[in-house]
Design a protein around this ligand. Structure first.
Ligand code: ZN
Length: 201
């Protein structure tokens, strides 16, 4: 089980200079780190933790990799990276700061011409993904597996609208697909009648 979150021993208030406003960030190390897609794989380290509670154990196992490096933390909404930054300060990490308000604030405030963000940021609402100015992005959700799908995914042979996408093609069997196809048909009919289809798979 993951270790519970411990409060930083030092006074966190005096160390909240680790905050960075989005506008300041673009002139600092975060501007390099932000040059990633939402897979957050290029240049950024993804701890792949499901919740903040798992972060202390991840840090314990990985801290040797970071030595005296400058650490910039960022996440979608700015809450998780603030917690993890406080945690690292409590662990004695000197040079750590985070993106205040998260990626969403950055996308909202930093104009596209100046932004170092590439791609879209996934959000867990009807917009699926957003870009600069928090404009709704180009991703849709696969109605079978609920994963985001890009326009390119839709050109793959494994894609069938409302039924499967390249990522879940092996996760469902033909019985499932019969159900998904039927549901998709109902959604189309409901749309044609101008109603919104609310239902579970
Ligand atoms: Zn899918």
């Amino acid at each position: 089980m993951a270790a519970p979150y411990r409060r930083p021993q030092r006074n966190p208030v005096s160390r909240t200079t680790s905050y960075e406003q989005p506008g300041v960030c673009r002139r600092r190390a975060v501007s390099r780190l932000l040059k990633v897609h939402d897979r957050r794989g290029e240049g950024a380290v993804d701890p792949v933790t499901k919740s903040f509670g798992e972060f202390p154990a991840w840090w314990e196992a990985n801290k040797a990799r970071f030595g005296n490096k400058k650490i910039a933390m960022f996440c979608t909404g700015g809450i998780r990276c603030e917690k993890s930054t406080n945690f690292l300060i409590g662990e004695g990490v000197e040079d750590v700061f985070h993106l205040k308000g998260g990626i969403l604030k950055y996308l909202e405030e930093v104009p596209a011409e100046e932004s170092r963000w590439e791609g879209e940021c996934f959000v867990f609402d009807g917009r699926v993904s957003v870009g600069h100015g928090l404009e709704e992005g180009t991703y849709d959700l696969c109605h079978a597996c609920r994963r985001p799908i890009s326009d390119e995914d839709k050109t793959q042979p494994a894609y069938e609208e409302g039924v499967c996408c390249p990522r879940c093609v092996d996760e469902y069997d033909e019985d499932d697909r019969v159900r998904f196809r039927e549901r998709q048909k109902q959604i189309k009919l409901a749309k044609a009648r101008g109603k919104i289809h609310i239902g579970t798979p």
